[in-house]
Design a binder for this molecule. Structure first.
Ligand SMILES: [Zn+2]
Length: 221
């Protein structure tokens, strides 16, 4: 069975076989190899391939070899490079996911203090936890056409397009509208075609559908 751990380490196997693994990689690999016969077999195979290559020394591969690399050498080096890139991308995604979760937790804590629930004439007020230089507040009011959102935001990139969404209890997102960042404070009134009592989340995305602001709404009392 090839586990996620195996896949993560296969790139390092190539580097070890070519003599180019960094010490931290080599250490993690050694620990894994002790318990994984499949990866041990893979390393043996790669090492025998690497030994047959004139380019097993990666410094020669980088610095301009005296003779052109064989097709096999190119393939092996290409594979190592590709897998390293993939591994770094996965690591970055994990870090981003952790950061996003932390931001969401921080936002939720703030929300409990600052949201005034209910359908009073003054509306439900939401203050977003500031995030990456963007701060915002919203007042939600029940209207025949849906939920009216009076939205005050500052710190959005000038000229960029943003979307304001409400998400209902069914998980579907309903657009309240689009607007442009001004670089300074902007006041908007937008309406989403969803009853205020159904709204569970208010959030803003940028042109690439990245979440810029995000706030959970309490269920109706
Ligand atoms: Zn393994």
């Amino acid at each position: 069975m090839t586990s996620d751990a195996c896949r993560e380490l296969r790139a390092a196997l190539g580097a070890v076989a070519l003599g180019g693994a960094d010490p931290a990689e080599a250490l993690a690999l050694r620990a894994h190899l002790d318990g994984c016969a499949e990866c041990r077999a893979e390393l043996r195979e790669l090492t025998s391939v690497a030994a047959a290559l004139p380019l097993a020394d990666p410094s020669r591969a980088k610095g301009g070899p005296t003779q052109p690399p064989s097709a096999l050498a190119k393939r092996v080096l290409g594979r190592v490079a590709a897998e390293r890139t993939a591994r770094r991308t996965r690591a970055r995604r994990r870090i981003a996911a952790v950061a996003a979760t932390s931001a969401a937790i921080a936002a939720a804590i703030v929300a409990f203090v600052l949201i005034v629930p209910g359908n009073s004439p003054s509306g439900s007020r939401v203050v977003f936890a500031p995030h990456a230089g963007v701060s915002a507040a919203a007042t939600l009011r029940s209207r025949p056409a849906g939920t009216e959102v009076a939205f005050h935001v500052s710190g959005l990139d000038r000229g960029d397009t943003y979307w304001l969404w409400l998400t209902g209890g069914d998980g579907n997102r309903i657009a309240a509208g689009t607007f442009r960042g001004t670089g300074t404070r902007t006041d908007l009134v937008l309406t989403a075609a969803i009853p205020l009592g159904d709204a569970r989340r208010i959030w803003v995305t940028d042109e690439n559908d990245n979440v810029v602001l995000d706030q959970r709404l309490p269920p109706p009392a």
